[in-house]
Write a protein that binds this ligand. Sequence first.
Ligand code: SF4
Length: 360
Amino acid sequence: MLRLPLVEDSVAGADSPLKCMTWGLVSAGSSCQLGADNNPAQKLPPNEHARVAPAVRSPAVEEGLAQCPEPERARKRRLPGWLKKPLPRGNEAFYTHRLLRELRLETVCENSRCPNLPECYARRTATFMILGNICTRPCGFCAVARGKPLPVEADEPQRVAEAARRLGLRHVVITSVTRDDLPDGGAEHFYRCILAVRQLTEATVEVLTPDFLGNLRAVDRVLEAGPDVYNHNVETVPRLYRKVRGRADYNRSLRLLAHVKEQAPHIRTKSGLMLGLGETREELLEVLADLRQHGCDCLTLGQYLAPSLRHVPVVRYVPPHEFAELGQIAKRLGFLHVASGPFVRSSYHADEMVELSHGH
Ligand code: SF4
């Protein structure tokens, strides 16, 4: 069983169990289940190894560690049993890793340190993150680097499409860093990526976009490419926006979802929240009702996991039975499809969600 690449791992001391550098995970048993022979990172050239293997303890984490008293460290290391899951066997994920490196593509899976990465890469799925790997917004929950963003790469749409083709994806999920520096927030690039994937594959396409600062013309440009699913996460309840989402605006996000539904009723709209940030049940149910009122079709609910000591801390680990109950409530509210569970992320098994929701 493994612990996850989270703040809990980040505070693990030198005497902690073995670290699997491929995934940035730590085996709680005596050895990493991937083993030396099938550890994909060991087959990479040294310069790529550094890139694949996320830093387990950054300087920020070291600083946090130094300030963290021993009992607190021990407490932070403990995750509830339901947040431990085994690594997939074999080296299927290696193919995905190599392909992404070869095509110089970013994924939100790696950049956000998603706990599902081993499983998703082994299934040969990934969520492409376009427009670089540096975000212009300082959200308190997100592990993606922030700062001065990189220039837009004109050939990225073709590389995304090529990766989708070679991975054999039936459903392609494309997201991006938030690019408030670009006049259209990167909408044209989304448009070009969708068209490129359509030209090269028969896959359905899901976009997970930022809010484009409320620029609905930018949203319209993405819609012109005809994605099958338009996903925009509200992430948390409005009371926590300042702490968690910085410069985002809850009502702006709702307006975006409603606009998509008005302009393109046939496109599935989707949104998601992270639980465990300190939201109350009442607040959460209000958000679900708001989403339905604004035409949101599909919903994801998952456990928030702090990427480091510098990020907003987890307030509560929501047990699986609560996720199941919330999922039932959401379905009664009229969502076409709901994924609710500790490991659910907005793109987790997104292919299955699109198939199910199209059955309605
Ligand atoms: S859940 Fe989504 S972000 Fe996480 S590894 Fe899977 S595809 Fe990537």
